[in-house]
Design a protein around this ligand. Structure first.
Ligand SMILES: NC(=O)c1ccc[n+]([C@@H]2O[C@H](COP(=O)([O-])OP(=O)(O)OC[C@H]3O[C@@H](n4cnc5c(N)ncnc54)[C@H](OP(=O)(O)O)[C@@H]3O)[C@@H](O)[C@H]2O)c1
Ligand SMILES: *[C@@H]1O[C@H](CO)[C@@H](O)[C@H](O)[C@H]1NC(C)=O
Ligand SMILES: *[C@@H]1O[C@H](CO)[C@@H](O)[C@H](O)[C@H]1NC(C)=O
Ligand SMILES: *[C@@H]1O[C@H](CO)[C@@H](O)[C@H](O)[C@H]1NC(C)=O
Length: 370
């Protein structure tokens, strides 16, 4: 265990995280001063070098110029240094503008930022990788990203994307030729060229990750996956731990802004922020329900990337380093996992994904009933 951050948290935090046995390279939980310093945010070491801050800002569905600027300013001021975006979020250019201002004013150093973006579903071909990463870098006004992820395991034709919404891609636009190993090799070439410091995958299942682990001398350093109170991903997290792959939880507070999308799958979005056990634990620690949901994940050494474009909530979501859930809280929250039944995003509406040979949740229905 190497400590890259100053140890200023009560030792109990540290030993609890250690006793969980997750991510031995996890650094230290810290600090409870009023003004959070970026250096106080715990980070996790990446197998390919460097480290990733365990709290980041999500930016999906933030496309308003002013909205994004306000959220990002609030985040950087509050100590966030990890920003998660994707080509298909259509906001890399806005993030680039804000980062450029912070960098040129000397308010933040490039090496302290951790910027993550993703290869889109319409570019799932080795030959598309250099082009798409270059486009992202140019919109972000950066020379490199800290993490480049394959966004989804399946692929659609490049021409089928209208530049606006992936939900508009038709069911016949699926591209079954997707070859993960070839795409991965192209990603590794970008890492070697210095345009991506670390590489990872998103929405891949265990066997898809395993295939890459066996294939490449540069295995995925991160899995970004849906993970929250009702879908805790215990087996997948365990698998990642064994393979030195860090985990980032997307939709960590249950994506309350995605009611419209969940409706498309014929489901109702559960309200994690009003689960009685969560409210009770929140009251006990004088924290909010969102803070309890985030802390529950963080305490397992898993990164959280909550999205908010409300400055007060942006600040609230990183203010989770000055308290610790006790064993009883953790046991109660752990027991609320619904496994596969708690999964929100099945991504069936993306260009016939469900019929693609790399659709990752084929066994979903079977497991849900077993
Ligand atoms: N790789 C993938 O396929 C994938 C898929 C989904 C998401 N992601 C990433 O993960 C990030 C987070 O996931 P997400 O956006 O789906 O959901 P989320 O972070 O779980 O939830 C975001 C929603 O919660 C609200 N919220 C935020 N903080 C709150 C607080 N303290 N109290 C009450 N409500 C709060 C936000 O509202 P306001 O903004 O109005 O405050 C927003 O509607 C995304 O933004 C994206 O970067 C990746
Ligand atoms: C990407 O950018 C690099 C460096 O600017 C350049 O060498 C390379 O040719 C570009 N690749 C593509 C496909 O545009
Ligand atoms: C998709 O292809 C099938 C079979 O060729 C056809 O019947 C159907 O109308 C097509 N759907 C769309 C949305 O183009
Ligand atoms: C994982 O993805 C593969 C496609 O690569 C699929 O065949 C397999 O059924 C998936 N596993 C589960 C558990 O859904």
């Amino acid at each position: 265990m190497h400590l890259t951050r100053r140890l200023c948290a009560p030792l109990s935090h540290f030993t609890r995280m250690k006793s969980l046995g997750l991510f031995a390279a996890l650094t230290v939980l810290a600090a409870h001063s009023a003004a959070l310093r970026a250096s106080d945010v715990p980070a996790v070491a990446l197998s390919s070098g460097g480290s990733m801050p365990l709290v980041g800002l999500g930016t999906w569905q933030v496309t308003g110029d002013r909205e994004l600027e306000q959220a990002l300013d609030a985040a950087l001021e509050a100590g966030y240094r990890h920003i998660d975006t994707a080509t298909i979020y259509n906001n890399e250019h806005l993030i680039g503008k804000v980062l450029k201002r912070w960098l040129s004013e000397g308010k933040v150093k490039r090496e302290d930022l951790f910027i993550s973006t993703k290869l889109p579903v319409y570019a799932m071909r080795a030959a598309d990788v250099p082009d798409l990463l270059n486009q992202s870098l140019s919109r972000l006004q950066l020379d490199y990203v800290d993490m480049y992820l394959i966004h989804m395991p399946f692929g659609v034709n490049r021409e089928s994307y209208n530049g606006v919404s992936i939900v508009a891609i038709g069911p016949n636009d699926t591209d079954p030729s997707t070859d993960h190993r070839a795409i991965w090799d192209a990603m590794v070439a970008e890492k070697e060229a210095g345009r991506a410091r670390a590489l990872g995958v998103s929405n891949f299942n265990e066997s898809q990750i395993e295939r890459l682990v066996k294939h490449s001398a540069v295995p995925p350093a991160n899995l970004q996956v849906e993970l929250h109170l009702f879908h805790q991903q215990k087996p997948l997290v365990e698998f990642c731990k064994k393979n030195s792959i860090t985990v980032t939880a997307f939709s960590p507070i249950g994506s309350p802004g995605s009611k419209w999308l969940i409706k498309l799958s014929g489901k109702e979005l559960p309200d994690l922020l009003n689960v009685p056990e969560v409210l009770e634990i929140a009251k006990k620690h004088r924290k909010t329900a969102a803070q309890v949901l985030l802390r529950h994940i963080l305490q397992k050494g898993i990164a959280v990337i909550p999205k908010s474009s409300t400055p007060a909530r942006v600040r609230q979501n990183i203010d989770i380093l000055d308290f610790s859930l006790d064993d009883e809280d953790v046991a109660s929250l752990d027991s609320l996992d619904k496994g596969i039944d708690g999964k929100l995003f099945i991504m069936k509406n993306i260009g016939g994904s469900v019929n693609h040979p790399e659709y990752p949740w084929t066994k979903l229905q079977n497991e849900a009933t077993s």
